[in-house]
Design a binder for this molecule. Structure first.
Ligand SMILES: *Cc1c(COP(=O)(O)O)cnc(C)c1O
Length: 385
């Protein structure tokens, strides 16, 4: 005894199933419609419209990465153009810029939320800047007002990567609905998942038709399906960004359970926040935004007092069978980021955040005893003196 057995390990994340996914998949299998744009695509899209309150067009996509790629293609971003990208970020945003042959300008974040600093976005922009891709880290809303105001006066598009923040409402609108485009992910690791999948919110009506064409291999097939044209043909550049009905069916089932899933995640988030508060104060650990009410319960993170403490805490938790992890490596110092971009300023907050952040296990369906095991393991750790 004394060692942790496989079954006792608390994993970092487990995909949640609402229970009706198999029924939906069976309907797809027994129907003749397995490619995209069938009844489940329509139903999932409708549910997404309700959850986001989006007045614009919503297109299911094969991933959030593809939704970002589509956005930059639709904006006509190309060689010689610059796109502002937060350095503390998942690689998809940088990659979408590099795929267009354009240049990333990496900007710093707020030291507490990890969200992009609007002042840096404005300071980093110039006449070559075509767009900024903001990312609502952990579903905590980025301060968008100054960015949107500046962007509209300077012909700069704003793309919201809301992969962590489906359905998060602010007083001025739901995440993903305020930029020119919004992007969501339904990857296995997200609050709602269909294995691999995403969505593009097209909030500017000028891009509605072009977005359909880009998604449908450069054809006007979507118009053909609606009966708006009597045959379809190749009319532009695009690719195959439309998910199959299998993915849409699973997503549709998950969307139907959205409120339940969010409630389960919120309960765990709140339990961590309360149970770890005293320990955090003693150890000079900063818990995720305890003063901010608005987030997606996508993750619970904390910031260790030193860089060394990050690895020490993660190892301590591992030794107690709890899988906690660090998060993004700043893009400006990654091999591809060095090749396809340049840092704006010294980006100390992004580097510091990356070296201090520890994320705790959190998924819908996590048992109370698993949550308590995580809490016990965390509070048994002391920062080395
Ligand atoms: C998961 C994630 C992505 C990528 O999503 P995919 O659907 O896997 O392409 C992009 N941005 C952020 C912030 C993410 O968390």
């Amino acid at each position: 005894m004394g060692t942790v057995t496989e079954t006792e390990i608390v994993p970092f994340s487990v995909p949640y199933f609402a229970g009706n996914e198999l029924d939906s998949l069976a309907k797809v299998v027994s129907s003749s419609h397995t490619q995209g744009d069938g009844p489940f695509t329509r139903s999932a899209t409708q549910q997404l419209k309700q959850i986001t309150g989006s007045p614009g067009n919503i297109l299911l996509t094969t991933s959030c990465s593809h939704a970002l790629d589509m956005s930059l293609q639709l904006l006509g971003v190309g060689p010689g153009d610059e796109v502002i990208v937060p350095s503390y970020n998942f690689p998809s945003a940088g990659n979408s810029v590099a795929l267009r042959g354009a240049h990333c300008v990496f900007v710093d974040c707020d030291p507490h939320s990890g969200n992009v600093d609007p002042e840096h976005v404005i300071a980093a922009s110039n006449s070559r800047t075509k767009a900024v891709i903001v990312m609502h880290y952990a579903g905590v809303p980025v301060v968008l007002e100054p960015i949107l105001a500046y962007a509209s006066g300077h012909g700069m598009a704003v793309i919201e990567d809301a992969a962590h923040g489906l359905g998060v409402q602010t007083t001025v609108g739901t995440l993903g609905t305020r930029g020119t485009f919004g992007a969501f992910s339904f990857h296995a690791s997200k609050n709602l998942q269909c294995g691999e999948g995403g969505a593009l919110l097209v909030n500017d009506p000028r891009y509605e038709l072009p977005a359909e064409i880009v998604r449908e291999k450069g054809t006007n097939r979507s118009q053909f399906i609606r009966g708006e044209v009597d045959k379809y043909t190749w009319i532009g550049r695009g690719s195959s960004y439309l998910p199959s009905e299998y993915n849409a069916a699973v997503l549709d089932a998950q969307l139907g359970a959205f409120d339940d899933i969010q409630r389960m995640r919120e309960a765990i988030w709140n339990r961590y926040s309360t149970a770890l508060a005293d320990w955090a104060a003693e150890q000079e650990v900063e818990l995720m935004q305890p003063h901010l009410e608005i987030h997606a319960s996508h993750m619970f993170y904390l910031l260790t007092p030193t860089w060394d403490a990050q690895g020490e805490l993660i190892s301590h938790l591992r030794s107690r069978g709890v899988c906690a992890t660090f998060h993004y490596q700043p893009l400006h110092s990654s091999p591809a980021g060095v090749q396809w971009g340049q840092p704006f300023g010294d980006l100390t907050h992004s580097t510091n955040f990356a070296h201090r952040v520890v994320r705790l296990p959190l998924w819908a369906g996590m048992s109370e005893s698993q949550v308590e095991r995580v809490i016990d393991a965390v509070v048994s750790w002391r920062v080395a003196s």
